[in-house]
Design a binder for this molecule. Sequence first.
Ligand code: G4F
Length: 339
Amino acid sequence: MKKALITGITGQDGSYLAELLLGEGYQVHGIVRRVALEDPQHRMWRIRHLLEDIHLHSASLESYPSLFNVVRQVQPAECYHLAAQSFVSYSFEDEFSTLNTNINGTHYMLSAIKEAAPRCRFYFAASSEMFGKAAEVPQNEQTPFHPRSSYGISKVAGFHLTRNYREAYGLHASCGILYNHESPRRGFEFVTRKISHQLARIKLGLDSQLRLGNLEAKRDWGHAADYVRAMWLMLQQEQPDDYVISTGSCHTVREFCDIAFSHAGLHYEDYVVVDERFFRPAEVDVLMGDCSKAQNVMGWNYDRSFTDLVQEMVDSDLRFVADQCRAGIGFGSQHDQSH
Ligand code: G4F
């Protein structure tokens, strides 16, 4: 049975990827932090339904020996490195930990694979944030990088590290340049989930406002369940390479609000308050990807509509908040809108 190792298995992408790999017949291993093992209720909600079927190992992105030991013990055929400090806003608050965790974590994983499992195929979760103040729209694999945050810088470094391990040591190492991808499992700090969750609280009478930053930012939003398939496809290719994964269209945060609130029978203008605290020191105004290479080389396609994605998230959060209310935990501040 083929073994796969996922860092960041407790996150949105990790959970969808684990499902996909189990469905493909893999033995799935995941790296989690010790705190997650100690608090599965709060930190493993996305993979609770998989816990019987997967193998979890405690290790930290900050500790090379801990990662090396897991790689040596598991001997994976494929490794998906998804773990990172992935919230762009937070990277302005703490550049140092973002750079340390993201760059060193990637470097440690690559080195551990090279030393302990050199035939393992490696996937690095790069990001459209690497394009930042993009020189062209849409962006493709040739577009120059101009990151606008330490998060973006850390991903550029990870991208170059991955490519260098491919070229210098012959590792089958690929980078997925993924654009924003969302789902009902998205973290509450990201704008889409912040909107769908707070809107559900408003609809159910628990709150009256949604405080947001830049409503004019444009993003190319896809569904995470489809994007993890692209990760898997990259490691099934004979040659390692780098691919843009995107929908090819973009929308503003304002449009997301409009569709979300309308779906719940509300008008976003009545509830959304623009709050300076949520603007970033350096914003990425527009990201939109050209995924022709992924389509032509790997046969990856995306055919969901933006509206369906928004509505799925809203419906899910309406159920989630209603369930919380029934359980008597909906009345406290589940989301203090501090992100
Ligand atoms: O949802 P966001 O926080 O995602 P962002 O910064 O685009 O990054 C996400 O996608 C990247 C891929 O391109 C990943 F690499 C990264 O890890 C992450 O998954 O913000 C989206 C946009 C931004 O322009 C932001 O300024 O929404 C704008 N925004 C407006 N008001 C807000 C808010 N973002 C957040 N999080 N909270 C707000 O209140």
